[in-house]
Write a protein that binds this ligand. Sequence first.
Ligand code: NAD
Length: 286
Amino acid sequence: MLDATVRLNGAVDDGLAMPRLGFGVWQVPPDVVKESVSTALSVGYRSIDTAAVYGNESGTGEAIRDSGVPREEIFLTTKLWNNRHGDLAPGAFERSLDRLGVDYLDLYLIHWPCPAADDYVATWEQLLELQRGDQVRAVGVSNFTIEHLQRLIAETGMVPAVNQVELHPWFPQAELRAFHAEHGIATEAWSPLGQGQGLLDDPNLVSTAERLGRTPAQVVLRWHLEIGNVVIPKSVTASRIAENFAVFDFELDDTARSTIAGMDRKERIGPDPAGFNLDSPAAEPA
Ligand code: NAD
């Protein structure tokens, strides 16, 4: 039996449980996001992942408010954009709460370390300070490498509750997952389906899914859950939103596991965090 939630450690209120299957809204346009999040909540998702830079926090918050699902039953994550590091973080946090129309977040993440600016430790200290208040239950990071995590822990003594990173069968991140396990950091996989096309068309994956009577997306999501990840697949198509949620009632077998192990390309789809220092002026509305 797979656990539906993970207990967060580190910089977190005691006993905070995070759903292991959530719904991501990157690239979901502001005028579509309300419908997508509403569909996800009606299907049963109870964790929503957005970010200031996605430009869709307002519609996400509206869907949550109109859903009829009590706020305390929803695990809500947003992220601090790269141009709001350091002492700009508390203001950016407040503006995210305003746009979402909520009075607290479950999880707030530093979106990227942006190592060239060398301010991710100072930014982490700002998030720790926020977590000591009553407006955010857990704080963590995204796109941090082992080196970045080691530095946070060494310089502040505080371990992020979560590291949200690119992770899918093409890029399974075994070394980083082992580091997370050693330090009690929850591994959250972004682009868990490898962004869909291509990865989900892999012929071996397709035949494995047919044999198991499932879809390729379901097999990949089940793989994530079985290796201990939190996942946040995205779709704007109602049938896929439902399909991606129906992954708790079957198991992979050894053949399926070795098929997925054989897909490792050791290659990212997205940017390498060690060299990613984007500062987009349009990223976070003032
Ligand atoms: P994903 O791996 O979830 O793939 C989404 C795409 O896969 C969809 O657009 C659709 O084309 C396809 N798809 C979805 N369900 C399908 C199904 N059942 N069958 C066939 N195709 C299907 O990619 P993503 O959106 O990049 O990642 C998920 C979430 O992770 C994002 O929405 C966002 O919340 C988060 N994310 C975070 C970061 C970060 O830097 N922290 C970066 C990227 C994404």
